[in-house]
Design a protein around this ligand. Structure first.
Ligand code: PEP
Ligand code: MN
Length: 294
């Protein structure tokens, strides 16, 4: 048998020795991660949509209401934010603990499953109480003590790929979570940054090919985040549709009622009307491959 799986940076020896818990045991081995009334890795393709930042109770509840009206079941929203630069615009303040409460209220009121990013262990209990899926952000992908403690809670975890990470290193981080006996793991591709390829056109490059690669070698569900990958709202629709066609098990999506006034990353959220159109198109693509947007 060849030592290196074609087209991947991970060898068959790696699969057996380094990532035994991530690796598929047989060709049809698949894990479906169920979170309340939705699931990742089966027929459903959940959208986890919402603002970058939980700016106010009105904002997050308004988005929750809009999602419910479209019969969607998942929401996102950041309370603790890893911002690239330390200087904050006048509009921005970190919502923190109160943001978690706003998120929880909006989720309960609109019957949604919610994810939020954790940055520091001291907030772990609060994040677990207020939300349903712990989001590990790109920048913390290899913060192993954080991964281990989050895994021990047995809460569902969404592990975003670092934008400079190989598939091998990403799955190594995933293995830390599975090694704690937490099987509720969802991977999230959010764009990579590769020198000398795409940088004249975009900050990140959505690695669509990693979706079939993850499915070929692991049993884990993988979702796609076209908002952070493109960093640019006009490209979010094509990259979402392409992700669904490529076989992703969910979408993480930024949506905001007034994108140009979003407190963080105003170039990437869709407005409500763009979002509605995207959901309609996504349903059509999903139907072609016998899947369902929820
Ligand atoms: C986010 O989802 O809000 C986020 C900060 O994403 P990433 O960690 O992928 O940059
Ligand atoms: Mn963001």
């Amino acid at each position: 048998m060849q030592n290196k799986a074609p087209g991947k940076d991970i060898s068959f020896d790696d699969l057996k020795e380094k990532i035994p818990l991530c690796a598929k045991k047989s060709i049809n081995h698949k894990t479906i991660v169920k979170v309340k009334n939705i699931s990742f890795g089966g027929k459903e393709i959940p959208f986890l949509s919402g603002p970058n930042t939980v700016e106010s109770p009105e904002l997050i509840n308004g988005i929750g209401k809009m999602l419910k009206s479209l019969k969607l079941k998942g929401m996102r929203g950041g309370a603790f934010k890893p911002l690239t630069f330390p200087y904050r615009s006048k509009k921005y303040f970190e919502p923190g603990m109160q943001g978690l409460q706003w998120l929880k209220k909006a989720k309960d009121k609109n019957d949604l499953v919610v994810t939020t990013e954790i940055m520091e262990l001291k907030y772990l209990e609060a994040v677990c109480k207020a939300t349903d899926i712990i989001q590990i952000g790109s920048r913390n992908m290899q913060n192993f003590p954080l991964l281990t403690e989050c895994a021990k809670t047995k809460m569902p975890i969404m592990l975003k790929r670092h934008y400079g990470s190989s598939l091998r290193d990403w799955l190594g981080a995933a293995e830390y979570i599975l090694a704690e006996g937490n099987k509720n793991l969802i991977l999230c591709e959010r764009g990579v940054s590769v020198p000398h390829t795409h940088r004249s056109t975009s900050r990140f490059l959505l690695d669509l090919q990693v979706i079939p690669a993850v499915k070929e070698i692991t049993h884990l569900p993988i979702i796609s985040d076209p908002s952070h990958a493109t960093f640019w709202a006009p490209w979010v629709e094509p990259m979402t549709l392409a992700s669904i066609a490529a076989g992703c098990d969910g979408i993480l999506m930024e949506v905001h009622p007034d994108p140009k006034n979003a407190a963080v990353d105003p170039l990437q959220p869709l407005n409500y009307s763009q979002f509605r159109k995207l959901i309609n198109k996504s349903k059509k693509i999903a139907k072609c491959i016998n899947r369902k947007i929820v």
